[in-house]
Ligand binder design. Structure first.
Ligand code: T1G
Length: 698
């Protein structure tokens, strides 16, 4: 079937689109729509309906065409053809009409939506803005403030709400095609006007300069560092202050500015990287999946409770196991509190909360896990304790049950070899808070069976996670790269910087929080306790942890104790620089024989970000990550890396591997090969002029 078909049904010209998987507005589709509209102008159709086959109405411009030479008709040309039709054009929307798809619907004269449909303008999530009239038509129908919120957030709107916003004219249940044709017929019979959105004016009184100033301030805070939201606000302002054609010209200019900028390139990279990460190289596409009907979780602590919620949210029954009833009660209370927060934010109803809680049960006996299909161990980060748990699971769980560990660092093979079924063992590393963070590292052991890996990757998506497959090494992908990053933060601190300077540099660069503030948030005692279990050799040089240890020994555990690298306001929990900390830093530097010096912001930024990149290159060399973009997904979805910089490896390609390699070679001379020996892959790519992206296509 061609991507566009046209036929007259019951006196109505029906343009049927079919461009799987999401009816993206490819050139063929744009051309087909234009031809069909022009044809309908001359035939005896009374009105026109545009509808789509498959799971959704047009989900946007074809992102794969971006960056390629434009082919006529452009999307704007096509919209002009629709809007200037001398017959009424009705859009029949189902699924998710997004971006250029919704802009197509807005260029129609009327819009019918299936009650389950959603409409939206998510371009901001690609670092772009609606470039085909969305910023001009939406405020004309929904009003300025609703349009600003919808377009700067990029969030979809359900059909009923869209109808209330005047973005949709009619919401239908049942057969959309029949409903749309009937509606088009009624419009024709009633000689309804050709309702062109461009003809609607927005009274300037509706949105004075204060509205836009407030929007700019809100967007600068909420989307810190991102250019697209600011450009969107300028476009909507133009919709108020300029006529349609001038407004469209402003929109075009600001769209092109974003399209050609690094932020959109990074965010489009992330869009595809997230989807690519779910694909396991070398795994047969038809690998049979194991059926996961019931899940067991060992440990009802913060992590165990959060993990349990992910399954309960999609209706999969969960049994949480604790050593005693008190532990279970505490776990259930954590879960209940988390759901209450979700309800209070309007993201869930009380009925939905009750439904989720109804599928979570507790037990203090391993025997109750005999018929679960998957168990996730979430006990204390000690490999011996984990081995004991897996030995019990080996005895109790039915054949074919997947035995997973939520460990953040430990050796999956050591855990697997504690069982007689290492092929059923895998790592499922959730990120705290486990019911919120999207990233899930799926860690394959050397014996993990293909169907266990495939099932884990698929299940991750089912529970709303973004899965990334990792090989088995200390810290897998994310935490392994975090170590040199944290090391360099400690060394910059003891060599001459302050906590405030280090955190300001990284936060201004785009991180959600700087490394020392993160340490205070997580609790400095966690690293302290972990180090007590290590030999001196394993701990590394004292200068990389002596300040943190000194603070903990002073009782400064971070936010939880009211002070760590900073003091914290008891009420607002605001961070306050503390001269006491600088005294500790200076004492420790002296004790380590380090003469402190001024360290520039640039040096801090380079040492911390290049530490990530060098370790990421080693992870690729060792095959721990399948592709560079997988590392980018880990960091953007699990570590607060700014998505508009595309992740560590995309950022490295943007900076230039030759520049990074040269700087790392300098660091190796200044600070020693132990920390800064350049990765072989980085050296090879820098010398060959290739990027990580080009290497991935190898
Ligand atoms: N273009 C090309 N391919 C797309 C696509 C698009 N717009 N959207 C999805 N795909 C591919 C995707 O890569 C995947 O491919 C497959 O479809 C299924 O997607 C001028 C400039 C629609 C909610 O931002 O949000 O219009 O991996 O796995 O989970 O103003 O896809 O199978 O090979 O995500 O069911 C604006 C982006 C574009 C919407 C479906 N539109 N897409 O989610 O499936 S810019 C968007 C989505 C624009 C105009 C501007 C989601 C979805 P593969 P999927 P899903």
């Amino acid at each position: 079937m061609s991507v566009t078909q046209y036929e007259i049904i019951d006196g109505i010209g029906v343009i049927r689109l079919n461009n799987p998987p999401v009816n993206a507005l490819s050139h063929a589709l744009r051309d087909g729509i234009c031809k069909a509209i022009k044809k309908a102008q001359k035939d005896d159709s009374k009105a026109i309906v545009i509808l789509c086959e498959g799971r959704t109405f047009i989900a946007g411009a074809d992102i794969t065409e971006f960056g390629k030479p434009p082919k006529s008709p452009s999307l704007s040309d096509m919209l002009k053809v629709i809007e200037s039709s001398n017959k009424i054009v009705v859009a029949a929307v189902h699924g998710t009409a997004l971006g250029g798809g919704f802009e197509t619907a807005l260029a129609c004269h009327y819009r019918v939506a299936l009650s389950s449909a959603k409409v939206g303008l998510p371009e901001v999530k690609l670092g772009l803005l609606p470039g085909a009239g969305g910023t001009q038509r939406t405020p004309r129908l929904a009003g300025v403030e609703a349009a600003l919120d919808m377009i700067t957030s990029g969030n979809p709107v359900a059909a009923k709400k869209a109808e209330k916003m005047n973005l949709v004219d009619v919401v239908v249940d049942g057969d959309l095609e029949l409903g749309a044709i009937a509606y088009a017929k009624s419009l024709a019979e009633d000689k309804a006007q050709l309702k062109r959105v461009r003809d609607i004016d927005i009274p300037a009184s509706k949105a004075g300069p204060k509205v836009f100033e407030a929007a700019r301030t809100k967007a600068a805070k909420r989307y810190r560092g991102q250019q697209a939201p600011q450009n969107i606000i300028r476009c909507v302002e133009a919709a108020v202050n300029q006529d349609m054609d001038k407004g469209l010209a402003t929109e075009r200019e600001l769209f092109v500015e974003l399209m050609q900028g690094p932020q959109s390139a990074a965010m489009r990279h992330m869009f595809f990287a997230e989807r690519e990460a779910a694909k396991v190289l070398g795994l047969a596409k038809d690998t049979a999946l194991r059926d996961i009907k019931r899940v067991g979780i060992i440990g009802a602590g913060t992590m165990g409770g959060g993990i349990a919620m992910n399954f309960a949210n999609v209706g999969i029954p969960v049994t949480m196991l604790e050593i005693n009833q008190e532990g279970l009660d505490r776990g259930m209370a954590i879960i209940d509190k988390n759901y209450s927060i979700t309800v209070s934010k309007g993201k869930m109803t009380e009925a939905q909360k009750a439904q989720c809680l109804s599928v979570i049960s507790g037990s203090t006996s391993y025997d109750d896990l005999a018929d679960v299909d998957l168990v996730i161990e979430a006990v204390f980060e000690n490999v011996d304790i984990k081995k004991e748990v897996f030995q019990k699971l080996d005895r109790v769980c039915k054949p074919g049950a997947i035995l997973a560990s939520n460990t953040s660092y430990q050796d999956i093979d050591a855990i697997a070899n504690a069982t007689k079924r290492p092929e059923d063992v895998i790592g499922l590393h959730f990120f705290s808070p486990a019911n919120v963070m999207k990233l899930l590292e799926v860690v394959r052991g050397s014996a993990s069976a293909d169907d266990v890996i495939a099932t884990s990757m698929k299940l991750a998506k089912k529970i709303g996670k973004v899965p990334v497959l990792a090989g088995n090494c200390y810290g897998f992908i994310g935490n392994r790269m975090l170590r040199p990053y944290g090391r360099e933060a400690q060394l910059c601190l003891i060599e001459g910087a302050s906590p405030e300077q280090i955190d300001r540099v990284m936060q201004n660069w785009g991180m959600a929080m700087g490394p020392l503030a993160v340490g205070d948030l997580a609790g400095l005692d966690i690293g302290y306790k972990a180090r007590q279990a290590l030999s001196d050799e394993e701990k590394g040089e004292p200068k990389t942890y002596c300040i943190a240890d000194a603070l903990v020994e002073m009782g400064r555990l971070g936010q939880k104790s009211g002070a760590g690298y900073y003091k914290y306001d008891a009420n607002t929990r605001a961070r306050i620089n503390d001269p006491e900390v600088m005294k500790v830093v200076e004492e420790q530097a002296k004790a380590q024989g380090i003469a402190r010096r001024d360290i520039s912001d640039d040096e801090i930024l380079e040492r911390l970000t290049y530490a990530w990149i060098n370790e990421g290159a080693k992870i690729l060399e060792e095959g721990i990550a399948q592709r560079p973009s997988d590392i980018d997904v880990v960091y953007c979805f699990g570590y607060g890396f700014p998505v508009y910089r595309g992740g560590p490896m995309h950022y490295a390609d943007h900076i230039g591997l030759d520049k990074i390699y040269a700087r790392i070679s300098e660091f190796a001379k200044q600070h020693g090969e132990k920390y800064w020996a350049p990765s072989k892959l980085l050296k090879e790519l820098a010398e060959s002029g290739k990027t990580f992206k080009e290497w991935a296509i190898k």
